[in-house]
Design a protein around this ligand. Structure first.
Ligand code: NAD
Length: 358
């Protein structure tokens, strides 16, 4: 059986750190195991264009393993060429780089290692919330420059206590963020999600559901985005919606870059309407060198907490999603049923309710 994995290049770091399992070098720790059973295992980071390893090997691979951190974009057109492809496994969480509607049409299963990195991301969200609200990045840059001007930083530094914080999407990550926000004594915790939380779960974190999106964003001092990217969320935070955000609001997005309109967001930040934006996800990955989100700033020269896509690929998370990928492979190879929570697209239909309402 031919198994193709598109992973990120780990370079020297991966040679020196074997726990970087999600890299081309360390191959999710499954190379020996797969090859000892007689399977062919191709691993590469080359994913763009007709000469890429991805496009070359997808034509006869039966199993495709991809990762959201270095997404191999599996389009409908590529699926049409992938005559043997039966199953796509996302080593991580978030399968928007795969055309899920096309997977349904082509009877290709799509599975994720659900839950594998949700704590990792929720912790990153908490860090990003604090670094924006407290104006951390410009403060650190000032120190590195050798300067010391407290007022320059303090004029845009606040406490999280007393603020209204809302999560757009209250699934595994969104809910964990709400849990972690509790001890900060926010004024109110809100959520917007077409799937309401069970009453006991909402009550236990003290979160109120707001059913209208504009109403939701207009009430929040800070919005954290925790929903998947699908046709209902692509470009959801656009120029029109941004007008409904409170002036001076912060946005943290570790879900997917394309949920926010790149240029509308940068403009809202520059104008001061949005005070800060932080996250690790980009509309194209790797982000081009001149991507405006790398350098965009608020009207005071701060408000940018962007990093490369790594919140869900801590070493702890890599151990979990590598194990989870192997478990999915084992089930597939031994024709055993998959864990229901991991199935995004099953036999010709969506099994997950998180990728849009249908
Ligand atoms: P989940 O399936 O547990 O929860 C997603 C929630 O979003 C669900 O409750 C769903 O109903 C809700 N939702 C879907 N569409 C919505 C919409 N239009 N408006 C409001 N809510 C909507 O998923 P999760 O484990 O919490 O992960 C969420 C997303 O986070 C993933 O799909 C992925 O894109 C992203 N993620 C990022 C990283 C990272 O490293 N940055 C890692 C893991 C996951």
């Amino acid at each position: 059986m031919k198994v193709l994995a598109i992973l990120y290049q780990g370079g020297e770091a991966a040679t020196n750190e074997p726990r970087l399992l999600g890299t081309v070098e360390n191959k999710l720790g499954i190379q020996q195991w797969l090859e000892s059973q007689g399977h062919e295992f191709i691993v590469s980071s080359s994913k763009e264009g007709p000469d890429s390893d991805f496009q070359k090997h997808i034509v006869d691979a039966e199993i495709l393993i991809t990762t959201p951190f270095h997404p191999g974009y599996l389009t409908r057109e590529l699926m049409e060429k992938a005559k043997n492809l039966k199953i796509c496994i996302t080593a991580g969480v978030g399968s928007d780089h795969i055309d899920l509607d096309a997977a349904v049409d082509h009877n290709i299963q799509v599975l994720e290692v659900s839950g594998s990195n949700v704590v990792s991301v929720a912790e990153h969200v908490m860090m990003s919330i604090l670094l924006l609200v407290r104006n951390f990045v410009p403060a650190h840059e000032m120190i590195e420059r050798g300067d010391w001007q407290v007022s320059e930083i303090a004029r845009n530094a606040f406490d999280l206590e007393g603020k209204v914080v809302g999560t757009l999407g209250a699934g595994r990550i969104g809910y964990r963020v709400l849990q972690r926000l509790q001890p900060f004594n926010c004024k109110e915790l809100l959520y917007y999600d077409y799937a309401p939380l069970p009453a006991a779960a909402a009550e236990s974190v003290g979160a109120r559901r707001v059913e209208d999106l504009k109403e939701f964003v207009s009430q929040c001092d800070l919005v954290t985005v925790n929903c998947p990217l699908h046709e209902g969320t692509r470009g959801l935070i656009n120029a029109d919606l941004l007008k409904h955000f409170k002036k001076g609001a912060w946005i943290v997005n570790t879900a997917r870059g394309a949920i926010c309109d790149k240029d509308a967001l940068a403009a809202a930040l520059a104008s001061g309407h949005i005070n800060g934006y932080a996250g690790d996800v980009w509309n194209v990955q790797p982000a081009p060198k001149d991507h405006i989100w790398r350098t965009m700033k608020n009207h005071l020269g701060g408000g940018n907490g962007m990093v490369p896509h790594y919140s869900g690929t801590t070493l702890d998370a890599q151990a979990r999603y590598a194990n989870g990928t192997k478990a999915i492979l084992e089930n597939y190879l031994q024709s055993r049923p998959q864990e229901p929570q991991n199935i995004i697209v099953g036999d010709g239909r969506y099994e997950s309710k998180a990728y849009g309402q249908r």
